[in-house]
Write a new protein. Sequence first.
Length: 260
Amino acid sequence: MKSKTTAALLALFGGSFGLHKFYLGEPQTGILYLAVTFLTSKFFPIGTLLGVIDAIRLFSMSTQAFDAKYGNKGIPNQPRQRQRQRARNPRQEEIKMQRDRHSYKVISKKQRNNPFRKSADQKFVEYDLDGALEDYKKATEITPADKDMHFNLACIFSLKENIDKSLYHLDKAISMGYKNVEQIKTKDELAFLRIQPEFEAFVADGYTLKSQPSVMQPPKDDLLQNDALLAQLNKLKEMRERGLLSDKEFAYEKERLKRR
């Protein structure tokens, strides 16, 4: 865990040596600060000035912005939350941990024996996105709480340039315990998603999807008379009831149909 105050103090008193940059995981910039200090110390303390500027910037930065930029609390610190909960009610927390371990073992066994998951992973590797997407949807009926599968779905929808669905599945993966922030920041398949303003809001909100689907407007009368549209809407409802579509996905697909 990185402290904003510690980083700011290091910048203030050791900024000329780049101490705060090394602390924040930016060693290359820290080396640059060192080089500037040694090269200019006889003429003008540029390194010291840079350190003071960085200290002012860090002191004025909000904690949320600091954590989002330096990867502190983008994903909640679950171990620390566990410790606080255990201190409040140790017996209840121990029972919950045993239950969670049992549930994890059951889910892991289902994941290993999920034939659709295996075929979906293979198709994803072969870049058969539509085939992988179809198999992943079937796999979610067997193991709906598979965080890695939801992460892969987020990658697929990013490649298909579907921002809403990609963010939805990324949010699901994180809420289920996906913790590899580095993958989210660097994986090539998520490159399209990362350049979207919606992703910036997603990160700023602590890697959670707080936005709700837009309010649906009632369909026009002439659309209600369209048998083909009604058939498609009924198909969407059936898929949602069977668990193949989430509420957010259902709302998105329904809106898309009405705009045709």
